[in-house]
Design a protein around this ligand. Structure first.
Ligand code: AMP
Length: 602
């Protein structure tokens, strides 16, 4: 089928041909004629990245009455990013069609500009539910001319708690308007919206109901909880050209994992709801332009990120709502490319993987976490591959060659290759041959074989090496005066002992975090960690609950500690310095100076 057969205007055909669209995607082939027929409501089950925007955008643009500058179509979608993307896409489809105005309205930005634009008159409004309802309540929009309502990613909007807003908006558009609901999955709430607000909708399923995208393969790594992060790093190392979103469940996890990845020399950043819109835009921009290779994200923050060539989606944690797995994995394998959706689970989560398999009708490929040998081999061949394909700028390089050739004269080619490889790979091989890093799970490490494997395989990018010269898992470092001392609001009364504290930290952080100098008190405790672990641990533990209490971790640091922590710490120090009762010194009872002096070694 071609676009010409679908009954679109010549201007629109010109617009999409400029975008390089040659033939309609399956969802477009099914939905466009149905909407142009203008017969009734439609529920379309389709994944993200299947060409949905054009599927509803092209018929909307075709059917507009351009002379009437009043809203005729309303598109509702879950996030600001998606809202902007849909608007941009529709404007691009209409680039050869004169006099069409499409406006994005979304929160997190001043409303005044949007209200002024509405006043000037628009044909299509693309909005997030919260902002749209706000505008309706201010009575600054006339929806009486709305003929078509599109609910895009309806399941996500409901997941995000927009049900009441959606219902209020739908109640405010004319009954005669036709509604098209798009959803990747069909949970109960979506079915309820369809039942209550749509008139005998026709159901169109593109691909399998609740299915994952066809060109996505699914890989599962089962590891001990404490090895989750280590497994993530190995998987990233195994795919040196990875361009991926790493999904975490909470904002704290997201920030914590990104902090660790950055510290360990990976090209990563985080995106989540605790960031300002400007910060999010900056991170998104870095990711789109590939200045960073990995985006660690919450489900909500990653919505609407229009990146089509992700090689991987990594589920560092499975989503609470397993339906979201379809959305996550659908972010790769787009626009005809293949992709891999990776799941890292602990032993207890294997049941969830089975449920997902059933839901999407695909089997996961259960894999061992790559061994050091496999990683070194993969990195080596990636480097060789890049070396073969590199474009040489002769103008820049040639002037240096005579001197370099003179220096290397007499050295055989094999030796030169070996030495360059050794330079590139020494850190990685050292890391993976270290006894401390036998690797997560049950994977047994294969020793480096000199005949096959390079003696010194490559670490990650050269640039990363210089910035983070040692790209190794931090071994339990010797006690250092620079260690960060931390306060945690759990103590003996909470059943905490040093082992349990260590277990709690490892569990929440998904990796083994060496802790030292643990002081367990009645209601709180102190421990020391490497300074770079302080921030991530505060993030990761702040979501934990023990015995019904929220866990709080703070640095015991002169700049950061709260007064309360300072007082507590002083009390502990005083206790430690003076076994038994603290006696007031003669003459000047209770002065801080007296307490300090009392701790001095004599
Ligand atoms: P969407 O699901 O609307 O976000 O579209 C996913 C991606 O596919 C976008 O980058 C679109 O530009 C692209 N796309 C949509 N329809 C077509 C088509 N018919 N041919 C080629 N690319 C398309």
């Amino acid at each position: 089928m071609t676009f010409n057969e679908l009954g679109l205007s010549p201007e629109l055909l010109e617009g999409i041909s400029r975008l390089g669209f040659e033939s309609p995607t399956p969802v477009q082939a099914q939905v466009i004629p149905r909407l142009l027929d203008n017969k009734g409501d439609v529920v379309a089950l389709a994944q993200t990245g299947t060409g949905k925007t054009a599927a509803f955008g092209l018929p909307i643009l075709t059917m507009l009455t351009r002379d009437e500058r009043s809203p005729q179509a309303l598109v509702l979608c879950p996030t600001r990013e998606l809202c902007v993307q849909i608007t941009r896409d529709m404007q691009a489809f209409a680039s050869c069609t004169k006099g069409i105005s499409i406006l994005a309205v979304y929160g997190g930005t001043p409303i005044d500009g949007q209200l002024r634009a509405l006043k000037r008159g628009v044909h299509v409004i693309v909005g997030t539910p919260g902002r749209m309802l706000d505008i309706m309540r201010r009575k600054r929009v006339d929806l009486s001319g709305i003929e078509r309502v599109i609910l895009d990613e309806a399941d996500e909007m409901l997941n995000m708690g927009f049900q009441e807003d959606l219902e209020a908006i739908l109640a405010g558009v004319p009954d005669s308007a036709h509604t098209l609901l798009f959803s990747a999955t069909m949970p109960r709430q979506v079915a309820a919206i369809a039942k209550n607000y749509m008139d005998h909708p026709e159901e169109i399923t593109v691909g399998q109901r609740n299915a994952g995208a066809e060109n996505v393969s699914h890989e599962c790594y089962v590891v001990h909880q404490r090895d989750r992060y280590l497994a993530l790093k190995r998987i990233c190392d195994y795919y040196p050209d990875m361009y991926a979103i790493v999904f975490c469940r909470t904002r704290q996890d997201t920030q914590g994992i990104a902090d660790w990845l950055i510290r360990d020399g990976y090209s990563a950043d985080a995106i989540h709801g605790d960031l300002s819109q400007a910060q999010r835009d900056r991170v998104m921009q870095k990711f789109r332009t590939r200045s960073i290779q990995m985006l660690v994200a919450t489900d909500v923050a990653a919505r609407g990120l229009d990146v089509n060539d992700l090689t991987h989606v990594i589920n560092f944690n499975l989503p609470d709502d397993l339906n979201s797995y379809t959305h996550r994995s659908g972010r790769t394998g787009r626009a005809g490319k293949s992709g891999v959706s990776v799941v890292i689970v602990n032993m207890r989560e294997r049941g969830k993987v089975k449920r997902i398999q059933k839901m999407i009708g695909t089997t996961f490929n259960f894999r061992n976490v790559p061994s050091g040998y496999q990683i070194c081999e993969a990195q080596l061949f990636s480097l060789v591959d890049r070396m073969r394909n590199v474009e040489i700028d002769h103008r820049q390089i040639d002037p240096y060659l005579p001197a370099i050739n003179a220096t290397l004269e007499g050295m055989p080619k094999e030796e030169i290759v070996k030495r360059f490889m050794a330079l590139e790979f020494s850190n990685l091989l050292k890391y993976y041959s270290d006894e401390h890093h036998r690797g997560p799970g049950t994977q047994t490490e294969r020793p480096a074989e000199p005949a096959k494997a390079p003696k010194t395989p490559t670490p990650r990018k050269q640039a990363e090496q210089t910035e983070h010269s040692v790209q190794t898992e931090r071994p339990a470092p010797p006690q250092s005066p620079r260690d960060a001392r931390m306060f945690i609001n759990l103590g003996r009364l909470d059943g905490i002992n040093p082992k349990k504290l260590g277990d709690l930290i490892n569990r929440e952080c998904g990796r083994k975090v060496p802790i030292r100098k643990v002081d367990i008190m009645r209601r709180y405790s102190f421990f020391e960690i490497a300074p770079e672990d302080a921030e991530p641990i505060m993030h990761m533990l702040s979501k934990a609950r023990v015995g019904g209490r929220d866990v709080r971790v703070e640095p015991v640091d002169d700049q950061l500690k709260s007064k309360r922590t300072k007082r507590t710490e002083r009390r502990v120090k005083a206790k430690a310095g003076k076994p038994g009762k603290r006696k007031p010194s003669k003459g000047k009872p209770g002065k801080a100076k007296t307490r300090k002096n009392s701790r001095k070694p004599r």
